[in-house]
Design a protein around this ligand. Structure first.
Ligand SMILES: [Fe+2]
Length: 301
């Protein structure tokens, strides 16, 4: 009897041998092997999508809802990235690009600069729909990509990518300076793209545009309605010095006025970088991972 060496079906988070093989072969950018999705994988997508729909209607920024409509995602099955891109690319030039796992920070930002969004293709287990530390295709496609249909938001991501190049230009091989700049960038990205809130049309109303909230059935409601959450107008000096932890609901969120506002804040972030204002941000989370720092050092040579 031969030992099974073929690739097991299913593209479940942390359990996909296809992904392990790709990583073992150093393949970061991959083709989405659509036929490998199991029935259970499609079921997980369908459950997640159905469950969160009413909460999107209630809490999401209107541009996100327009993005969802524009992408014409199938509520029943894991999306094919080629289908997503067919609707996305004509709008802003962005495309979702399948990756086999974590993309080191410089590469990630550089992809954004080229209007490519590194996209996880695995999906969480259908019996474990709530928090998981790893991103999955539901987070990336249903949480992030709908806003990539918005020209202002798309330009904002490109500008983030340009910031990464500016960081190399000014910090080059200076590890301490670069570490502080990367911490500031990670915090700013976290409090905007991942967990941002935006003023709504009615006085006092806030809507969600951060993908970490848009892909979380529990936290999207908590972020807007809970008295436990502190919500403050976005302030750059605060955001870049504020630590965060990823494994529980966020106790502090920042509210922007509009997507133009986020775009302007990224511009301000870049100016501050050039003025040295990011060189000594407050210590604490997130820790800058060696691989992220190294990706900047490698590209700076
Ligand atoms: Fe994300």
């Amino acid at each position: 009897m031969s030992v099974a060496t073929s690739i097991a079906p299913g593209l479940t988070t942390t359990e996909a041998s296809f992904i392990e093989d790709a990583r073992a072969h150093g393949q970061l950018f991959i083709d989405q092997p659509y036929d490998l999705y199991s029935g259970e994988n499609h079921q997980a997508w369908a459950k997640l999508y159905k469950r969160i729909g009413p909460r999107w209607q209630r809490y999401a920024n209107p541009r996100f809802l327009e993005g969802i409509a524009a992408l014409r995602l199938d509520p029943q099955s894991v999306p094919r990235l080629t289908d997503v891109n067919r609707f996305l690319s004509p709008l802003t030039g962005f495309e979702a690009k399948a990756v086999s796992g974590y993309v080191p920070a410089f590469l990630f930002f550089d992809c954004l600069r080229n209007r490519q969004f590194p996209t996880t293709i695995t999906i969480r287990r259908s019996n474990h729909l709530d928090y998981l530390p790893e991103p999955d295709i539901f987070h990336d496609i249903a949480g992030h990509v709908p806003l990539h249909t918005d020209p202002h938001f798309a330009d904002t991501l490109v500008r983030f990518g340009e910031c990464a190049h500016t960081a190399i230009e000014i910090a080059g091989g200076h590890v301490e300076q670069l570490t502080s700049i990367l911490r500031a960038m990670a915090r700013f990205f976290w409090f905007t793209v991942e967990f941002g809130l935006m003023r709504g049309a009615r006085p006092g109303e806030v809507k969600v545009y951060g993908s970490g909230l848009l892909s979380s059935y529990g936290e999207i409601e908590h972020a807007v309605d809970s008295a436990e959450v502190q919500r403050y107008p976005a302030q750059l000096e605060w955001m870049i010095n504020q630590s965060f932890e990823i494994d529980h609901y966020q106790p502090l969120l920042f509210v922007v006025d509009s997507f133009e506002h986020v775009y302007d804040l990224v511009g301000e972030l870049e100016r501050w970088m050039r003025q040295g204002k990011l060189d000594h941000v407050a210590p604490g989370e997130p820790t800058v991972a060696e691989a992220d720092l190294q990706s900047f050092l490698d590209h700076g040579r």
